[in-house]
Design a binder for this molecule. Structure first.
Ligand SMILES: *Cc1c(COP(=O)(O)O)cnc(C)c1O
Length: 392
């Protein structure tokens, strides 16, 4: 017996739920790629992508996932032998650093472990000690999807300015763009990467690199023709040729997704994510009062509004995930970058997610804890309903 038939909910931190409107837009014959609607549509994406990142900087579109944008960003600024400083708060920034190493960079890492945000004091020490200016770029992740931590990007820029360090500040906003507030220009970010399958609610396949003139001027010798961001910001060349066939349907899908975000309003989108995250935290506060379950990031101020990472003890993470999927049609995210992986799970609440979906996730988890006899504090659903009632 299973109660899973019906509409499934993939509550993992990407790919996220794709709105019907995006799917319907994409259900079309291939458009003319030489002229007309596709070019106009691509042109129309650029100002909206800049507005969402709150920047006047350039944005280049790549066909690829977030990893492609990672490599594109690095390849355009690095030379082999350059040093980058990685501020690691989970698996993702470590992965970006490994990619820099693969391009021939020397990687210095400050590892904050898997439960804490970037400590600004430590960044200041390392940058102040680099009087020779070896460090070409500081790599950080705004929201690390493995740990659920949200880092203080503006704070890192403030530290860099205070010690007068000339490095580029590069931020990964793959899990935060369109969910958590991010202000590229006001926060002093030189390069930012994101992808379409998380807050931007589009099937995985296109990604983006925003870069300012300082980053462009820092150009090293790693860049190759395909990853060069310069041709990609030239509409005359790029929108027709796209360095290959245009990702036609993704561009149309993204147009619809951005229209949805604009119609709701950026501030309302951020507020929705914040309130829904608070509803989730209210439930976890109760569950954590007894038994093994803990939110990974203790301080709410350091938590993402788009992904929640949970420790629950081995092998309860896997048991709970399987139960929720097989019995109820709810797929939770696996533990990532943690050992043992089956002691963790994650909830994706990014993009096209509303209150009843979150209440469904919480109710399903509560039922799973009971069915599997995993000890937990009581009152979680009551607390979540209260939190929602106060915020709706
Ligand atoms: C998902 C994600 C990535 C990787 O993106 P892919 O599309 O899977 O390559 C990188 N960084 C962060 C923060 C992410 O959430």
């Amino acid at each position: 017996m299973s109660l899973s038939n019906g509409r499934a909910y993939l509550a993992i931190p990407g790919p996220s739920v794709i709105p019907e409107a995006v799917l319907q837009t994409m259900h079309m014959a291939s458009p003319n790629i030489y002229e007309g609607a596709l070019h106009d549509l691509t042109d129309s994406l650029i100002p909206d992508l800049k507005a969402l990142a709150m920047t006047q900087a350039n944005v280049a579109i790549y066909i690829g996932n977030g990893h492609a944008a990672w490599e594109a960003a690095l390849a355009n600024v690095l030379s082999s032998g350059d040093t980058v400083l990685v501020l690691a708060t989970g698996r993702f920034c470590i992965g970006w650093g490994e990619m820099a190493q693969g391009l021939g960079a020397k990687v210095e890492t400050i590892d904050y472990g898997a439960q804490d945000p970037v400590d600004l004091g430590q960044v200041e020490q390392v940058l102040a000690a680099d009087t020779a200016g070896r460090i070409k770029a500081v790599l950080m992740v705004h929201v690390d999807t493995s740990t659920g931590v949200k880092n203080d990007v503006a704070g890192v820029r403030a530290v860099m300015d205070r010690v007068g360090h000339p490095a580029l500040l590069m931020a990964d906003c793959i899990a935060s763009l369109g969910c958590d507030r991010f202000e590229m220009d006001a926060w002093g970010v030189d390069v930012m990467v994101s992808a379409c399958q998380k807050g931007l609610m589009t099937p995985a396949g296109i990604s983006f690199v925003w870069f300012n003139d300082k980053a462009d001027a820092a150009r090293g010798d790693c860049v190759t023709t395909y990853w060069d961001w310069r041709s990609r910001i030239n509409p005359d060349v790029y929108y027709q040729y796209f360095d290959g066939t245009a990702p036609t349907h993704h561009l149309f899908g993204l147009r619809t997704a951005l229209d949805m975000i604009k119609a709701e309003g950026f501030e309302a989108v951020f507020a929705r994510h914040e309130k829904l995250a608070q509803v989730i935290w209210a439930a976890f506060d109760c569950w954590s009062a007894a038994g093994p379950m803990r939110l990974n990031i203790a301080d709410p101020a350091d938590r993402s509004h788009a992904v929640t990472s949970v420790a629950i003890g081995s092998p309860h993470g896997d048991r709970l995930r399987k139960w929720c999927e097989q019995q109820c049609g709810l797929t939770l995210g696996i533990g990532l970058g943690r050992e043992p992986a089956d002691a963790y799970f994650r909830i994706g609440h990014m993009g096209h997610v509303n209150a009843h979906m979150i209440m469904g996730v919480l109710g399903t988890i509560d039922a799973g804890l009971k069915a599997l006899e995993i000890p937990h504090g009581s009152g979680a659903l009551e607390a979540a309903a209260q939190a929602l009632a106060q915020r709706a």
